[in-house]
Design a protein around this ligand. Structure first.
Ligand code: SF4
Length: 344
């Protein structure tokens, strides 16, 4: 089987051209064609014939196949993609003012087994390759160009779909490098966010290798017992260690860490939970996203009433930490946070 073209970052491509005595300027041409113009055909403009033949003969240009598309009444779009080995993954386009954020999956299933998450019930099947992550982006963009012409503006990329991105660091890093390359999609580094359940080995690599990319930590409870239930890797990498590791990472001026907090009825939604959460985050470059729980088939947690959510936020406001209550976009098609699964 030929390797995928979409697994090559810009420097891989330049090196490959040099090693094969081809003109290295083709790297910019190819990135421009496939990532900026997002063409689905072979590149034929401004490229020497020998370079074109080399790539046609040696690389695979296919992308994950669109299996099913669900459109939510709030215009969220959920894709089920079929991969070459038959595995399936989900990707979500989240609209805001005719622009979109895309939520990418990084693994088939997930090893973290979080109790509030549909993906966690699947177990880990395998890591995705960079090309399978870049492919989700390109296919979603093309769907927009075809079905919502003029709206094909995907301005933010969040690795918050299926999988723990820092558990598949090499491929996620390569996908980020491809998105960031100036001749390609040239998405700004501050427009990419990686979410983690607190996997410290991956956090270390993120802080050293792609530090400008934003980080979102799934926090969900400041209390050990509750967090152990929600995020079992808390037993191996406890929250205090994760937070103290994050605290030591130098952030650039405009950078902050997002702390995600899923609010579950009568479990972690009391004023006491809010006060403890505020106490551990006060003084940090923090931003809190409150996410009322989204149910999925077989889930036993419940979503709290809106007034309880608002009271939780009021407590956090007293700590002067910027806090946003996230609306559940796409929950009618199981596209909201924690609802992704490969069997839909
Ligand atoms: S919340 Fe994230 S890390 Fe936890 S099981 Fe779901 S996909 Fe994995």
């Amino acid at each position: 089987m030929k390797p995928s073209f979409y697994d090559l970052n810009y420097s891989d491509l330049e090196m490959l051209l040099k090693q094969n005595n081809l003109n290295s300027s083709a790297a910019a041409v190819l990135f421009n064609w496939h990532y900026k113009k997002k063409q689905s055909t072979q590149c034929y403009e401004n490229i020497a014939k020998d370079s074109l033949i080399f790539f046609q003969d040696n690389f695979d240009f296919s992308l994950p196949e669109v299996d099913t598309v669900h459109e939510s009444k709030d215009r969220t779009v959920k894709f089920l993609f079929k991969l070459k080995d038959g595995h399936k993954i989900e990707t979500v386009l989240i609209p805001f003012h005719n622009k979109y954020s895309i939520c990418l999956s990084s693994q088939v299933g997930c090893a973290m087994n979080c109790s509030f998450c549909f993906t966690g019930t699947q177990g880990l099947k395998r890591n995705l390759t960079a090309s399978e992550m870049v492919g989700q982006f390109l296919q979603a963009w093309r769907w927009l160009a075809k079905n919502r012409s003029g709206e094909e503006r995907v301005l933010n990329i969040v690795f918050m779909g299926q999988g723990e991105p820092l558990h598949n660091f090499d491929a996620v890093k390569k996908a980020c490098e491809i998105f960031l390359a100036q001749h390609g999609t040239s998405i700004g580094v501050q427009k990419i966010t990686i979410s983690t359940a607190g996997y410290i080995p991956g956090l270390k690599r993120w802080s050293l290798e792609i530090p400008g990319v934003n980080l979102a930590l799934s926090l969900h409870s400041p209390f050990t017992e509750k967090r152990n239930e929600l995020i079992p890797i808390n037993k191996k990498y406890p929250l205090d260690k994760v937070l103290s590791y994050i605290d030591k990472i130098p952030l650039n001026k405009k950078q902050f860490i997002t702390y995600e907090y899923i609010l579950i009825k009568d479990f972690n939604d009391s004023p006491e939970d809010a006060r403890e959460l505020g106490a551990i985050l006060v003084g940090k470059s923090a931003y809190i996203n409150l996410i009322p729980f989204n149910s999925f088939p077989g889930s036993y947690y419940k979503r709290p009433d809106l007034d309880k959510v608002e009271k939780f936020k009021e407590v956090l406001d007293t700590f002067k930490i910027p806090t946003l209550i996230r609306s559940a976009k796409g929950d009618d098609v199981l596209a909201a946070c924690g609802q992704l699964n490969s069997k839909n």
